[in-house]
Design a protein around this ligand. Structure first.
Ligand code: PEP
Length: 284
């Protein structure tokens, strides 16, 4: 992935009509966890209604890695047919979807085949699995789907970048690297210590497009004195630093979201969010 000085290969790929590169920006706004069809439908519909640029990418979590075994674990394969059906209806081109086990690749592939419409999936490897080497190798071996690899929350940047190399070394170099904040014991005001100043660092060290996940970094709806949500501020910082993708949680009713409701933005904040991203990108 370009970690050698003599590797000058281009850093981009196009998947299902959407280009991913170190010189552009895609926003993946959506549900942290898929819950009911009505909410998935509302989310996707809202993305198509945005003034300026309708969005063709979203995030939808079907397999959820939870800290507590008694928490909702995601609907898994069962929800894939209707999620992909709705994605087809709304013209979604790419859905970022976390997988936690190799078998989920087949489940996604099979469900996509059955719906027969042109939606693609970007396989997300979450922060808890950044060093799950067997999963990395399996995901690296498949050539069908691009990969979104989250930075490990408690390991060095170098170790996380090496994890990305596991994907490439097995054959899949369509990889996007995602900064999502670090766990510290410093009493952070946010869920994680926001690490978006590392966007240009990762771009310097590799040729991967770099994603930011302000939702899992900030993890709250806290506001700055200027009235703006910290999630908005963090997003702007990451985009101004050169981020190429934004993964962000929205929900039609955050109070009933099954996972991470407190960090989800409301649907009536979507246009403002997209406008802010656009301004920040112009400032880059
Ligand atoms: C997610 O994006 O749904 C998620 C669980 O993120 P992370 O792996 O960064 O915690």
């Amino acid at each position: 992935l370009g970690r050698h000085a003599d590797d000058q290969r281009p850093s981009e790929f196009t998947y299902n009509g959407v280009r991913f590169a170190q010189d552009n920006l895609n926003v993946f706004a959506g549900l942290c966890a898929v819950d009911v069809p009505e909410h998935v439908d509302q989310m996707m519909h809202a993305l198509t209604q945005l003034q300026g640029d309708a969005q063709v990418c979203t995030r939808m979590g079907a397999y959820k890695p939870r800290t507590n075994p008694y928490s909702f674990q995601g609907h898994g394969a069962e929800c894939l047919p209707w999620v992909f059906e709705l994605a087809g209806k709304h013209g979604m081109k790419v859905i970022a979807m976390e997988i936690t086990h190799e078998k989920h690749i087949d489940e996604i592939y099979t469900a996509l085949e059955k719906t027969g419409h042109p939606t693609g999936v970007m396989l997300q490897i979450g922060t808890r699995n950044t060093q799950n080497f067997e999963l990395l190798k399996a995901v690296g071996r498949q050539q069908e789907f691009p990969v979104l690899l989250k930075r490990g929350f408690g390991i060095t940047l170098e170790e996380s970048l090496n994890a990305a190399e596991y994907l490439a070394s097995e054959g899949n170099s369509n990889v996007i690297f995602c900064l999502r904040g670090m766990k510290t014991n410093m009493g952070d005001p946010h869920r994680n210590f926001v690490d978006f100043s590392h966007v240009p660092v990762v771009k310097r060290l590799t040729r991967m497009p770099v994603c930011i996940d302000p939702s899992h970094s900030v993890g709250t709806r806290s506001r700055a004195p200027d009235g703006l949500l910290d999630v908005f501020h963090a997003t702007a910082q990451g985009v101004i630093a050169g981020a190429n993708m934004v993964l962000v949680d929205f929900h039609p009713k955050p109070s009933v979201a099954l996972v991470d409701g407190p960090q989800a933005l409301h649907m009536n904040e979507l246009q403002h969010f997209m406008d802010d991203v656009k301004i920040a990108r112009q400032a880059y």
